[in-house]
Design a protein around this ligand. Structure first.
Ligand SMILES: Cc1cc2nc3c(=O)[nH]c(=O)nc-3n(C[C@H](O)[C@H](O)[C@H](O)COP(=O)(O)O)c2cc1C
Length: 287
């Protein structure tokens, strides 16, 4: 296989898997290669604003799992409409990698020299920090896929309460944060496909194509109705859903056709913090 084909293959094999074969271990050589992929990620000003904690001790892993079981329950109790997955599957992982963000490095990113520009650079400073960590997490997941293993990307360690508990358990300073938690193992299910929007809808040549714009109502519809299915069904295209027409209704063309907004009219920014459309996924919300 050419380098290009090999890389495409690894990119597509990087799936979020939440079911692992029990009792399998992963050698430290492989774990070091995986974490080294994170070390080679790009970062703003090359500050490398991360540390990686690899947990390959079963007892420590189970204590980390206990923290995430509480985290998932808090999400169910206090967060709106997010699909919380039961995290008992963590007990079947061979290792868990925590990617810690060290906020001191933000000093090296742009800072405003006057109050007037403070908001501008504060927001961008944070974006550079988080994007750098995302790149490291992504590289690690790709490294996992290249080893023939599988992983997930858990963001719960970025919640203050969860991070406090993880910091206490693992001994890192609580002002650092576990933005990414990556359970690694051998997949117990064949999870090689996931829904992706057609490339023709996301790829814009030379300028933003307004006919590929997604209307506010389309995103509302996805959130309120489609998300639980789009997240976990095995198909890349909604066209393969046997109940496609029933599920998508009048939105079919917008989700599977080449143009989601044929008249090309854009809308002003809107508030998405409360749903305008109540559907299957949102009706269970406690408001
Ligand atoms: C920033 C970020 C946060 C995520 N947080 C979680 C999480 O907390 N729990 C989880 O099970 N998956 C999480 N995921 C994984 C996504 O659900 C997953 O990437 C998406 O459903 C697409 O599936 P795929 O990774 O198999 O392509 C996260 C992904 C990203 C990029």
């Amino acid at each position: 296989m050419s380098d290009q084909a090999l890389f495409q293959d690894v990119v597509r094999k990087r799936r979020s898997v939440r079911k692992f074969e029990a009792g399998r271990t992963i050698g430290r050589d492989a774990l070091q290669r995986i974490v080294d992929c994170g070390r080679w990620a790009p970062s703003g000003a090359n500050v490398q604003c991360w540390d990686f904690i690899v947990i390959d001790d079963a007892e420590v892993r189970d204590r980390v799992m206990a923290v995430f079981l509480k985290q998932a329950q808090r999400l169910v109790d206090h967060a709106k409409g997010f699909p919380a997955v039961k995290k008992t599957y963590l007990s079947n992982t061979g290792a868990i990698v925590l990617v810690l963000g060290d906020p001191r490095w933000k000093a090296c990113f742009p800072h405003a020299t006057t109050k007037e520009w403070d908001a501008e650079y504060r927001a961008n400073n944070e974006a550079i920090f988080l994007c750098s960590l995302g790149a490291a997490i992504q590289n690690i997941q790709l490294g996992v896929a290249a080893e023939g293993l599988t992983s997930a990307w858990l963001s719960g360690g970025g919640e203050d309460e969860t991070n406090r508990e993880l910091a206490e358990l693992l001994g890192y300073p609580p002002w650092m944060k576990a933005y990414g938690t990556i359970p690694i193992g051998y997949p117990a299910v064949d999870q090689n496909r996931r829904y992706r929007r057609p490339l023709s809808q996301s790829l814009h040549w030379n300028a933003y194509e307004p006919r590929q714009y997604r209307r506010h109502a389309q995103i509302d519809f996805y959130e309120s109705t489609l998300r639980p299915f789009a997240m976990y069904r095995e198909e890349e295209s909604m066209n393969a859903w046997p109940d496609r027409d029933e599920m998508l209704g009048e939105w079919t063309e917008a989700f599977v056709g080449p143009l989601s907004n044929p008249d090309g009219v854009l809308e002003p920014e809107a508030n998405f913090s409360s749903p305008r459309v109540i559907g299957q996924a949102t009706k269970r919300r406690k408001t």
